[in-house]
Design a protein around this ligand. Sequence first.
Ligand SMILES: Cc1cc2nc3c(=O)[nH]c(=O)nc-3n(C[C@H](O)[C@H](O)[C@H](O)COP(=O)(O)OP(=O)(O)OC[C@H]3O[C@@H](n4cnc5c(N)ncnc54)[C@H](O)[C@@H]3O)c2cc1C
Ligand code: FES
Length: 424
Amino acid sequence: MTVGILASIIAALLLLQIAVAALVGLSRRKRRPAAIDVGQNSPQTQSPAGESALSGSGPQQARPAAWTGFREFRIARRVVEDRAGTICSYYLVPVDGLPLPAFKPGQYLTFRLTTEDPVTRQPKALVRCYSLSDRPRPDYYRVSIKRVLAPADRPEAPPGLSSNYFHDHVREGNILEVKAPSGHFYLMEEEPLPIVLVGGGIGITPMLSIVNTLLERGSRREIWLFYGVRNGSEAVLKSHLQRLDREHGNFHLQLCYSKPDKQEQAGIDYQHSGRVDIPLLRSTLKLMRYQFYVCGPKPMMESLVPGLASWRVESRDIFYESFGPATLIRHEKPMSVNAEPITVTFGQSDRRIAWSAKAASLLELAEENGVDVASGCRAGSCGSCQTRLIAGEVEYQQQPDAEIEPGHCLLCISTPKCDITLAA
Ligand SMILES: Cc1cc2nc3c(=O)[nH]c(=O)nc-3n(C[C@H](O)[C@H](O)[C@H](O)COP(=O)(O)OP(=O)(O)OC[C@H]3O[C@@H](n4cnc5c(N)ncnc54)[C@H](O)[C@@H]3O)c2cc1C
Ligand code: FES
């Protein structure tokens, strides 16, 4: 064999090797996206029908715009979520079968129900809001509802109307009237900072939506979830959250039990004994900028939100929502300081009440003085506190989302500008 022939054979072998390597590389590149799609980034939550709902159902698909007014939804599935049996999830599919609009994780649905008035036994219309507790999907929404009992100091009072109606009467196959997702408490996506979510009791629901959305999208944002409950019997979707914590290096679950059961062990069943408070956040989190999202019972809100501000967290990084009476309304506009005393007259109730700047809104003034007014979202979205304004003028503390009929106002986000008379 001549040197020339030998060189040709070596060159041919080298070319063959390069071609094989290129082919293998190409096939690997093709397979990689499929592995990411199906794999580690997807919380394996199920669709109401029970099948995996991940494929092709991501929020990135083109989705229709929100509907106006109420739309009919069928309860496709109902799942009790906690050992105590006080929280139940409802999976809602649209009766018209059309795809659902996406929503911002943290937003809520508004329901119109007809229940029975506990005193008169007559049918009673109710409007209530429930946060979406899962990520956006085109085929169903999920809400998780806690049964509300009479207050401990008023055991003779009727238990919560809407929540007990859901638990006792709403079954698979029932049809409910629902307004499109809305609300101003939602995940801020513009600045992808690390986030700290604090959910107290049923205040976990918007946090579940935020966590499921971010992790399903494969977000690399650092996510801390401080979940405060009395003990494991009250923890909702605990195994789902623990699985996410195991599978995602950027998600840190911190279960905080204020009254752990005897058999529950710190470090195994939960991370912290006691309530979620500023010392706990300070000792757990690194010294860096986070966005804080807080939703929980009144005492938690009243201690944590001002506590974060005292800890020098800037107000642009604190987001919160209260499910109960608004004690911490964030005023987008500074309230006018009135030199003159203002009187608010509630016509139907025949009450004249001096306006107090301590009340965050006309709704709060009415409630504090025993004037019966309807409410739902307490954020200007659902329209249920809309009341006829007979005389005078109000000003809004934030932009109303609900459509307001001429001559009416939304009590939950307004304050009086002068003496006013309301129909309520
Ligand atoms: C934006 C938003 C999101 C929300 N998201 C969720 C969620 O995801 N999950 C959830 O479970 N809840 C959520 N809520 C709370 C929910 O909307 C309801 O407020 C809650 O279910 C209680 O409503 P209810 O009709 O059952 O109780 P209500 O009938 O409104 O009664 C409330 C309380 O008042 C007591 N009461 C009634 N009458 C009297 C009386 N005469 N004297 C003294 N006390 C009395 C009742 O016993 C009860 O304890 C949310 C609220 C908002 C505003
Ligand atoms: S309570 Fe919903 S708009 Fe006022």
